[in-house]
Unconditional design. Sequence first.
Lengths: 498, 223
Amino acid sequence: MDITLFFLIPIITAILCLIPNNIRWLAPIQIAGTSFLFLVVIRLLNNILQYKVIKAFNNLIYIDAFSGLLILLISTVGLLVSLYSAGYMTKSPEGKTVSTWKLKRYYFLLNIFILTMLTVVTANNIGLVWVGIEITTLVSAFLVGYYNKQTSIEAAWKYIILCTVGIAFAMIGIILCYYGAIHSGGIESLSLNWDYLLSIGNKFDPSIMKLAFVFILIGYGTKAGLAPMHSWLPDAHSEAPTPVSALLSGVLLKCGIYSIIRFSILANESLGAAFTNQMLLFFGILSIGLSVPFIITQHQIKRLLAYSSLEHIGIIVTGFGIGNPISIFGALFHMLNHAMVKTLMFFSAGNLALKFQTKDMSKIKCAVNIMPFTGTVLLIGGLALAGSPPFSVFLSEFYIIKAGIFEKHWVISTLFLLFLVIIFGALMHHIMGVTLGNNLNNTTEEKANIQKGEVSKSGIVASLIPLLIICLLGVWMPQSLFKLLNASVEIITGKGIL
Amino acid sequence: MTNLLIKELTPSLLSYSTVILLLMSILIAGSNRLQSIVKFYAFQSLCLVVITLIVGFSTSNSETIRIATITFIGKCLIIPLALNFVINKTQVHKEVDPIISPPTTVLIVCILIALVYGLTSTPNFAKIAYSLGLFDTAISIILIGLLIMISRRKALTQIVGLYVMENGIFALTVDTVFGMPFVVEMGISLDLFIGVLIMGIWVLRIKQSFDSIDVSKLSKLKG
């Protein structure tokens, strides 16, 4: 019942959003729909903690704590994005009027996008996970190219082509895995089901699994935005409407990581953890390292945040790669933290871009005076994003580095710390310039054009919630969240941190 | 009598189809005209359908036959029709000035095929599959698809390259595992059909705002 509801809500909301002729009705419908979804998810999470595994629909759906964490992320960010869209999407960045039909289509696609992501993290069949990931690309390409400018069409085309080619490689990995399953005596009709594969996982031919994992890592890694397959990421993130950027960065990238980690659990059964961990570490550190020069030299605020997503994806993957329960706990926790803090940052950056009518950071100055709330939130969020205490991002990064040193990964830990320190400086330089910097070149005329005040009330609420969450998680973690994370660690490593 | 005939005919039909499969991808790589590229693609897909049918009948697996039917409807009818619609709508019929010229592409393709056939005969790969003798063809087709994608400038040719690559992956599936479970195969086909429609829409949008479907003009976003 719960699970049917869980898939029905986005579909119903999507259809309802197509009905009204008045723009005013769209946002309330969307917010009501996603809040309802959020409540259902909370109930579902309760059930997960109680029963560990939930199966439904003739074994097509398999939900455990790890998928539960992703479901929590998707529904939370979905709710925040709906709140923010209410104020943001009615204003176009060029000051033109927004057509009702376009807005209706936006909400429709947003719901379908959320639905496909939910499918990805709950499907049992690894073939269907692939199908789900491919559909997320197709749906979100429309959202990326929403403004129909030359640049957004370019971003959408790059996104769709690169991700489709990448995912085609993942398909080869799945075929190899299926081949391995059949040749180790698996039943054909079950041999793509994750729970069944796991039960016969140790009988697989290791050399085939090795090849399959490499294909999967490259394929889903493209979707997750791992370097060097990340080139679609900054374009798509910077050209998409801000709420969509938040969804892309906050959850879509994590769905890619989710699929990789699910497969690595399977591969570890026959390969042992050493091979997969090495691969993950390599791509993780490469992603962090490659983001450094781009963050330092960035001019555009949304691209800056996109490259910072690349960095954080690297941190998460490195956390998984270290392979210690503590670091995996840190990586999972970091998924949550990054989703929250990046949503917050994109919302503030979107407000600024709307107010100043530009994404160029050299033209956005002294935001704290002009938009007191957004400016302050951006400054605090920037500190959190760079990883300073007492925010929860610091904690999760600390877990990862602690485990790295504990496992004697000296080179990895050193590089990790070095890159993080450089990024801290670069990010703070940019954010300080935007929020506190004085605009000396500005003539009085230009200043008069920009009125003081916030863009929308819903934007304030939408960025206040994640801010509260990262502040709170930095000092105190609810017992149920800890249980959820710990159960996910158990699924990945076989043992919890306690 | 008929049984014997089928037994005699099947292997030769299979090897003919395999050869045509490979030949079509070489023709796609060496062709300039978008309409003929789409025709070659449809014909290549038809060969795949024939191979799948043979596999389905010889293993008497009804799922494989259903998969072949869906593949026929999708790859031989829907996808070529959609691509032709886009060609007529954009009025771009020729791949002018590709990054690598067609003759050179064909030369590279031949070298690629030789390399793949040479490499896959090593014992490491021989372990994976030789059930139908399609394995090296499939790998070659995947690589040719990739080569088409990177050597052409027109958005439409890139889509065809992508689908040639997908055909290669389909051939790999048929060869190694005789086709995926039905649910998955359905999902993949659905993806492909939606995919061609959506990518077609994007090609039209590119044409609308750039006044050409040349993807090398999409170069504003940097850094």
